[in-house]
Design a protein around this ligand. Structure first.
Ligand SMILES: NC(=O)c1ccc[n+]([C@@H]2O[C@H](COP(=O)([O-])OP(=O)(O)OC[C@H]3O[C@@H](n4cnc5c(N)ncnc54)[C@H](OP(=O)(O)O)[C@@H]3O)[C@@H](O)[C@H]2O)c1
Length: 309
C-alpha cells in the first residue's frame, strides 16, 4: 500500500531500440550534410564577393586562375566527399551491411563447427572401436576349435578340493581315471599343487605357474608367469591339455576352458581350497557315471563331463 510506485517497464525490445537509434543517427548525418551545403553556398558567394567586388587578393592567381576559384573548387570537392560519405560509405557500411556481414561470418563459423563436430564424432567412433577391440583382445578368448582345454578336478558336494595343500580323500578309481585322461598330455598347475606332488608325474609335460622369477624345477618342467602363457604353450603343443589345479588356477582358467572333467565326491568336507560353482547356463552335462562305495572307495562319487555351451 505504501510501497514505491513501480517504474513503467518499456515494451520496446532491444532490436526495436537499435533500429530507432540507427534512424536517429541517419537523420543527424543528413542534417549535417544539408547544413554543409548551405554553408558552402553562402561561403562560396562570400569568397566571390571578397575577390570580385571588394578586390581582396586581386593580384593573387594560381595557374592564371583567381584564388577564389581554387578555394571554391577545393571546398566543392570536400562537400562532394561529404555527400559520398553520407550516401555511399555510411549507407553501404551501415547497420544492415554489418548485420549481413555478421550473418555471413556466423554461418561460416557454424559450418566449421559442424565440420569439426563430424570430425570429432568420427574420431570418437574410431577410439570407441579401438577400445572395444582392445576389450575383446583382453577378454579370455575361447581356445581355437582345433584345441580343447579341459579342467580336471575332484570336488566335494560343498566344492572343497583340498586342505593344507593336500587332497582330502583317496579314491583309487579317480586316480586311475586322472592318469588315463592326462597321460601323454600337457598338464597346467599352480606352484602349490606342483609342490604337493612328491615328484613330477610320469609321462606328462608339466607347466607350472608362479610369480617367482627364479623358481627352480627339475628338468623338463616348464615354468611360466601367467595363466595365459601356460595356456598358450600347452595349446600350441597339445590338442587337449589339462588344467589340474589347484583352487587359484582353476578359478583363473575356467573362462578359457572348453571342458570340465569333474569327479563329484558325494560328501561334504572341511577344507581351505574350493572349485568354483559351475554355471549351468554356460555348461552342459554330457556324461555322468555313478560309483558306489566299496572297500577301495570310502565315498560315493560320480564322473561328470561338462562341455561349454
Ligand atoms: N581335488 C582336486 O582335484 C585338486 C587338484 C589340484 C589341487 N588340489 C588342491 O588344491 C590346493 C592347492 O591350490 P591353491 O589354490 O592353494 O594353489 P595353486 O592354485 O595350486 O597354486 C597357487 C600358486 O600359483 C601361482 N599363481 C596363481 N595365480 C597366478 C598368476 N595369475 N600368475 C602367476 N602365478 C600365479 C602362485 O605361485 P607363487 O606363490 O609361486 O607365485 C600361487 O601361489 C591343494 O590343497 C591341493 O591338494 C586339489
Amino acid at each position: 500500500m505504501f510501497g514505491k510506485k513501480k517504474k513503467p517497464t518499456t515494451q520496446i525490445d532491444q532490436e526495436q531500440l537499435a533500429l530507432i537509434e540507427a534512424a536517429q543517427k541517419r537523420i543527424k548525418q543528413k542534417k549535417r550534410l544539408y547544413y554543409h551545403l548551405v554553408i558552402f553556398i553562402i561561403g562560396s558567394a562570400f569568397l566571390v564577393l571578397l575577390n570580385v567586388v571588394l578586390g581582396f587578393g586581386k593580384d593573387f592567381t594560381l595557374f592564371q586562375t583567381d584564388w577564389f576559384v581554387w578555394a571554391v573548387l577545393t571546398w566543392f570537392f570536400v562537400f562532394l566527399f561529404h555527400v559520398f560519405d553520407v550516401y555511399i560509405t555510411k549507407k553501404f557500411m551501415g547497420k544492415d551491411w554489418e548485420a549481413e556481414q555478421l550473418e555471413k561470418l556466423v554461418s561460416k563459423q557454424e559450418l566449421r563447427i559442424e565440420k569439426l563436430k563430424q570430425k570429432f564424432l568420427k574420431e570418437e567412433t574410431e577410439i570407441a572401436k579401438a577400445q572395444a577391440m582392445e576389450e575383446i583382445d583382453n577378454k579370455p578368448q575361447p581356445i581355437s576349435k582345433r584345441n580343447t582345454l579341459s579342467l580336471i578336478v575332484a570336488a566335494a558336494e560343498n566344492h572343497i578340493i583340498g586342505k593344507d595343500n593336500q587332497l582330502i580323500w583317496h579314491l583309487s578309481d579317480d586316480l586311475k581315471r586322472f592318469k588315463k585322461l592326462t597321460s601323454g598330455h600337457y598338464i597346467i598347475m599352480g606352484r602349490k599343487t606342483f609342490e604337493s606332488f612328491p615328484k613330477p608325474l610320469p609321462n606328462r609335460t608339466h607347466v607350472v605357474i608362479t610369480r617367482q622369477k627364479d623358481y627352480q624345477v627339475p628338468e623338463g618342467v616348464i615354468i611360466v608367469n601367467s595363466i595365459q602363457d601356460a595356456i598358450e604353450i600347452a595349446t600350441a603343443n597339445d590338442n587337449e591339455p589339462f588344467v589340474i589345479g589347484g583352487g587359484e588356477i582353476y578359478k583363473q582358467a575356467l573362462p578359457y576352458a572348453t571342458k570340465i572333467e569333474l569327479t563329484r565326491v558325494h560328501h561334504e568336507f572341511e577344507g581351505d581350497t574350493f572349485f568354483p560353482e559351475i554355471d549351468l547356463t554356460a555348461w552342459k552335462e554330457v556324461a555322468n557315471t555313478f560309483h558306489k562305495k566299496d572297500e577301495k572307495h570310502e565315498y560315493e562319487f560320480s564322473f561328470i563331463t561338462y562341455e561349454r555351451i
